[in-house]
Design a protein around this ligand. Structure first.
Ligand code: IMP
Ligand code: MG
Length: 177
């Protein structure tokens, strides 16, 4: 098991790149089945979801649209509880089938703040796909339609997720030691 250092903290390997890839493929297969004959619009939440989004998209065989928004609530190892939108949604989502792509759902606050804005625009349907979920950290519950891995309430980095700006480029997911 590899130990790595990001900033001042040590992390150990938690999910290998093979494990992640296999699961991302399975989620893509499920989405391909569920949205067969439809043309969903995927809304990927930057920054963390960029890698999950890119990998998932390679395995989609349906017609799929993609856009990005940027919201963040984290500073260091803790959620600040304040959500800041820095790149908003430009697309008109009225009548569309929406799939939100998240790297991780932790307290659920990000989605709690963002989802009402989407529902306000009356999409035809809305589902959530997240690579990781920390069930024990839930403060705002959501129906998560596609979950890659439920994980314990420990800080993780890698595969798009950062610790204070670093670690996003790691192919594996690491857990705080
Ligand atoms: P929530 O609003 O508490 O659900 O947090 C969601 C966002 O916080 C995610 O999209 C991540 O950007 C960030 N986040 C939550 N937990 C972690 C973690 O363990 N490592 C890195 N980022 C995290
Ligand atoms: Mg994020």
């Amino acid at each position: 098991m590899a130990v790595i250092k990001v900033h001042d903290k040590e992390f150990i390997t938690y999910l290998s790149s093979e494990t992640i890839e296999k699961r991302v493929r399975e989620i893509a297969d499920e989405i391909n089945r569920d949205y067969s004959g439809k043309r969903p619009l995927f809304i990927s939440i930057l920054n963390g979801a960029f890698m999950f989004t890119a990998d998932l998209f390679r395995y989609l065989t349906i017609d799929a649209e993609l856009c990005f928004i940027k919201i963040a609530s984290y500073k260091g190892l803790k959620s600040t509880g304040k959500i800041v939108t820095t790149i908003g949604l430009e697309e008109d989502i009225f009548g569309k089938d929406i799939v939100i792509l998240e790297d991780i759902v932790d307290t659920g606050k990000t989605l709690h703040d963002f989802l009402p804005k989407l529902f306000h625009q009356q999409p035809n349907s809305l589902k959530i796909a997240t690579l990781l979920h920390k069930p024990e950290a839930t403060e705002y519950p959501h129906q998560l339609d596609y979950v890659g891995f439920p994980i314990p309430n420990k800080f993780v980095v890698g595969y798009g997720l950062d610790y204070d700006g670093l670690g996003r480029n790691l192919k594996e997911i690491y857990q705080l030691k």
